[in-house]
Design a protein around this ligand. Structure first.
Ligand code: FMN
Length: 88
């Protein structure tokens, strides 16, 4: 099983969550942990599950993370938003 964990993070909170989730997924298969702005088409090759995490900025998904949403393949995906009251 190949799992792509894509994340966008400014202060590091979402990155920390993405890394923690990746360590759990590593017990189930091969994990690709990639920042959303570094995603390439190749990262989606043969992927069984995509997990994408972003912070909530202004009650929304940050602008910088939105192009990655359009790249999501027609396969099971989980989109998570890491919210909070401030920086790490
Ligand atoms: C400019 C700005 C706007 C934010 N807006 C929201 C918001 O609307 N709702 C929310 O729950 N958290 C909001 N947050 C809190 C962030 O979602 C939180 O700090 C998050 O953990 C940041 O993720 P990161 O460390 O991965 O960058 C905002 C933070 C910043 C800096």
């Amino acid at each position: 099983m190949i799992i792509l964990v894509a994340y966008y993070s400014v202060y590091g909170n979402t990155k920390q969550v993405a890394e923690a989730m990746s360590s759990i997924f590593e017990k189930k298969g091969t994990v690709r942990l990639v920042q959303v702005d570094k995603l390439t088409e190749a990262d989606f090759n043969q992927v069984d599950l995509v997990v994408m995490g972003t912070p909530t900025i202004g009650a929304n998904i940050p602008e910088a993370a939105r192009p990655a949403l359009a790249k999501l393949p027609d396969r099971p995906s989980i989109i998570a938003s890491r919210t909070g009251s401030g920086a790490a």
